[in-house]
Design a protein around this ligand. Structure first.
Ligand code: NAD
Ligand code: MG
Length: 387
């Protein structure tokens, strides 16, 4: 489990703990949350625990030693990659947030694992390469992102032969619109991190919560769907659906539209991907349609959500554009959360960074990692010179 102390990580351990007969945890990883990982190690007794942060790893090691545990502790990227490719594991949950999760997720792919992919940024930065490596190494990629998991459930079994060939016309990606779907535009300038992180339907980590408020999250998901399902951008429509009960839909050539519904709780897609093609209990309550009562739909307002437009432009431009978009967005969101950038400046910073860097065809992992780094530097520079 990569990113076991985060929102997806904790939900995954909740599902796993319900099925001790089916699943055993062999490796847990986190960034620097020693308390969180220590507690999980005591409970799940993994063979390996990894902290990306060196000193945090030393601290975890000391504390586990005191407990007399059997868990080996490693640190850094090498440790994360080792956890991702650990021979005892058949499945890897990739739930690190941001481009930081790319290399560990790729290590799992190269080890031919079933990869439960929550870390959408890995596909945004290097989707073509990631999917090719999965083909080469026989790795199964199962989407955890609720929309993509819903699409996967509604797709024909042979969709990888091509959407048109298998009768699929469009993917309808639903979006809640986040906390500011109907906030007056002039009030958005002064929005605080706490307001942006208060999502109406989902409990999530802070980065994805801000992405949901700007709708960059849906933009990243368009790019994610493009790679997972080999869909052209024109085959993906974003539909605002404030209740977050329909998690996404697939439209077929004959006019049929299949939808996957459920309570907004990530344990459903996690349990689906863990057990696929079987089904297991996830701990999620039954959907009460009488309580839901209404399902509403509207078109997204691209003036209100310029990040969504920027992401569509980036996937159409192709090559290194999505990697630049993602890196600039990570810098902008971190700056917003630290109080160094206004909410509306997030999209401005991403747009300016995209304008300042030349888009090139994607060629190699090394090149994409370099682009990621230089886009971060440019974004930081723009930030320092004030947007
Ligand atoms: P989170 O911030 O709650 O957790 C992130 C996890 O990654 C933590 O365990 C953290 O320790 C680890 N981590 C962070 N930076 C790291 C680094 N540099 N190196 C190693 N580990 C690092 O995030 P989350 O909400 O659980 O989201 C995780 C991923 O899943 C994101 O890509 C997000 O877009 C995606 N996702 C989340 C949800 C959700 O409901 N939370 C839904 C769909 C998709
Ligand atoms: Mg999602």
């Amino acid at each position: 489990m990569l990113g076991s102390t985060g929102s997806i990580g904790v939900s995954t351990l909740d599902v796993v703990a319900r099925h001790p007969d089916l699943y055993r945890v062999v490796a847990l990883t986190a960034h620097r949350d020693v308390d969180g990982l220590f507690e999980q190690c005591v409970k799940f007794k993994p063979r390996l625990a990894v902290m990306a942060h060196e000193e945090a790893a030393a601290e975890l090691s000391r504390r586990l030693w005191g407990q007399g545990g059997q868990t080996e502790v490693l640190s850094g990227m090498a440790g994360l990659e080792q956890a991702a490719s650990i021979p005892e594991a058949g499945y890897v949950m990739a739930a690190i947030v941001g481009a930081a999760g790319l290399l560990p997720a790729l290590a799992a792919v190269r080890a031919g694992k079933r990869v439960l992919l929550a870390n959408k940024e890995a596909l945004v930065v290097a989707g073509g390469l990631f999917m090719d490596e999965a083909d080469t190494h026989g790795a199964e990629i199962l989407p955890i992102d609720s929309e993509h998991n819903a699409v996967f459930q509604c797709m024909p079994a042979n969709f990888s032969q091509g959407l048109r060939q298998t009768g699929v016309k469009r993917i309808l990606l639903t979006a809640s619109g986040g906390p500011f779907r109907s906030t007056p535009l002039h009030e958005l300038e002064a929005v605080t991190p706490a307001q942006a992180c208060a999502h109406p339907n989902w409990q999530m980590g802070r980065k994805i919560s801000v992405d949901s408020a700007t709708m960059m999250n849906k933009g990243l998901e368009v790019i994610e769907a493009h790679w997972l399902f080999r869909a052209r951008p024109e085959q993906i429509q974003v539909v605002l659906h404030p209740q977050s009960v329909i998690h996404s839909m697939v439209e077929y050539a004959d006019g049929s539209v299949l939808a996957q519904l459920g309570n907004p709780d990530m344990r459903t897609p996690i349990a689906h991907a863990l057990a696929w093609p079987n089904r297991i209990e996830s701990g999620v309550d039954s959907l009460d349609l009488f309580q839901v009562a209404h399902l509403d739909f509207e078109a997204p307002d691209l003036r209100r959500f310029p990040c969504l437009q920027l992401a569509f432009d980036a996937v159409k431009a192709g090559g290194t554009a999505p990697a630049i978009l993602n890196a600039a967005n990570e810098v902008a969101v971190a700056a917003f959360l630290e109080g160094r950038l206004g909410f509306l400046d997030i999209s401005r910073l991403v747009e300016m960074t995209l304008q300042m860097l030349e888009v090139k065809p994607a060629e190699s992992l090394e090149q994409l990692l370099e682009v990621d780094l230089s886009a971060r530097e440019v974004a930081e520079q723009v930030l320092l010179n004030r947007v």
